[in-house]
Design a protein around this ligand. Structure first.
Ligand code: NDP
Length: 261
């Protein structure tokens, strides 16, 4: 891995939440970061805000489920900053319900964004992003503790995230001799716009207000609170660093003790 000032990262779903914290953390370390999200206005606003902090960040709209947009994103990133050294597959969406009642469209959309998007983006970065032709690289997939254990009402999301963990383990072995490491980061509950929405749904199911839902959810977390996006970003920063060169094929929790393995 080259000096951090020469590294380029592509972070998906970085207009908000965990992805934004990852982009900012890597950029503070001197990495040039290209980001995406589906909504171009939010992407532009995020890029402007982070650039105003003096960070080298650019970005564009891209839906990770669309192969044409994925290829365009990677090509534009390479044209701007050169080959991709670090890919962070962070874009994701929630998806759950009582399995027998789940709308087919919700199932397909959840798998498409959380799992198919990871495959499409990784393949594009290995090829158009030119990671495959180089002697080093990092692929870091943001999975979930629900990628390693089950939860009632979470079948589509957990199935997709288990898929991400399986994909991570296979690709890590495939690329083990190449200098490219492949790992998953598995957050528990993290305070972001997604978790606010999930909490509102849970409050509805429990028929309590959102404050009570937060209290109940947090009481299940051994440290007694949600993780911060920056704490997930800290793990990504480590995995992206030269110090993590022998860490590959792992699924590492950032969950306040919530994950059981
Ligand atoms: P947010 O909903 O806060 O942010 C999601 C980001 O992804 C946004 O920038 C959104 O932008 C983008 N995005 C969503 N769908 C797509 C798509 N199809 N193509 C491109 N970008 C997309 O989520 P979080 O920050 O909470 O979650 C980030 C990751 O962490 C996800 O993979 C999630 O599953 C995982 N995670 C989160 C946890 C939590 O408690 N928050 C816990 C465990 C895992 P736009 O809508 O404009 O596309």
């Amino acid at each position: 891995m080259t000096d951090s000032t020469e590294r380029t990262a592509l972070v998906t779903g970085a207009s908000n939440g965990i992805g934004r914290a990852i982009a900012a953390t890597l950029a503070v370390e001197g990495v040039r970061v290209h980001i995406c999200g589906r909504d171009s206005v939010t992407v532009k606003q995020t890029v402007a805000e982070l650039r105003a902090e003096g960070l080298e960040i650019s970005g564009q709209a891209c839906d990770v489920t669309r192969p044409d947009q994925v290829t365009a994103l990677v090509n534009d990133c390479v044209a701007r900053y050169g080959p991709v050294d670090i890919l962070v597959n962070n874009a994701g969406q929630p998806g759950g319900g009582i399995t027998a009642d789940i709308d087919n469209a919700l199932w397909y959309a959840t798998i498409d964004t959380n799992l198919n998007g990871v495959f499409l983006m990784t393949k594009a970065v290995l090829n158009e992003g030119r990671m495959r032709e180089r002697a080093s690289g990092r692929v870091i997939n943001i999975a979930s503790v629900w990628g390693k254990q089950g939860t009632i009402g979470g079948a589509p999301y957990a199935a997709a995230k288990h898929g991400v963990v399986g994909f991570t383990r296979c690709l890590a072995l495939e690329l083990a001799k190449s200098g490219i490491t492949v790992n998953a980061v598995c957050p528990g509950y993290v305070e972001t716009p997604m978790s606010v929405n999930v909490r509102a749904c849970q409050a509805g199911i429990w028929q309590v207000d959102e404050e009570e839902a937060l209290r109940r959810l947090a009481s299940d977390i051994p440290i007694g609170r949600y993780s911060e996006p920056e704490e997930v970003a800290g793990m990504v920063s480590y995995l992206a660093s030269p110090k993590a060169a022998s860490v590959t094929g792992q699924a590492l929790n950032v969950c306040g003790g919530f994950g059981v393995y």
